[in-house]
Write a protein that binds this ligand. Structure first.
Ligand SMILES: [Ca+2]
Length: 95
């Protein structure tokens, strides 16, 4: 971590937010097989963390823990669920 960035981190008052990503149910099927390979992107401000990919399911169970440094001006946690594909880009949001 660059020194300036570290100094900024120490100057600002932050707390740690622990997020427990448990599971999703009845996701849309994005692959021809009738399944999806879901993973989640969790973001607060400009910090992003990815969950693992659970292959070939519409009812993924992640049961993963994430720790975020949260500052006073952070307003929201966004969790977006995506389908992972081997070739090409991830193409869509699962709702
Ligand atoms: Ca896929």
């Amino acid at each position: 971590m660059p020194e300036a960035q570290l100094a900024e981190l120490l100057r600002r008052d932050f707390k740690t937010l622990s997020v427990h990503l448990k599971k999703a149910t009845a996701l849309a099927a994005k692959d021809k097989s009738g399944h999806s390979d879901p993973y989640c992107v969790l973001s607060i401000g400009n910090r992003k963390l990815n969950s693992s990919v659970i292959k070939k399911t519409l009812n993924p169970v992640w049961d993963e823990l994430f720790d975020f440094e949260v500052f006073d001006d952070d307003k929201k946690l966004t969790i977006t669920c995506w389908d992972k594909d081997l070739f090409g880009k991830d193409f869509g949001m699962l709702k």
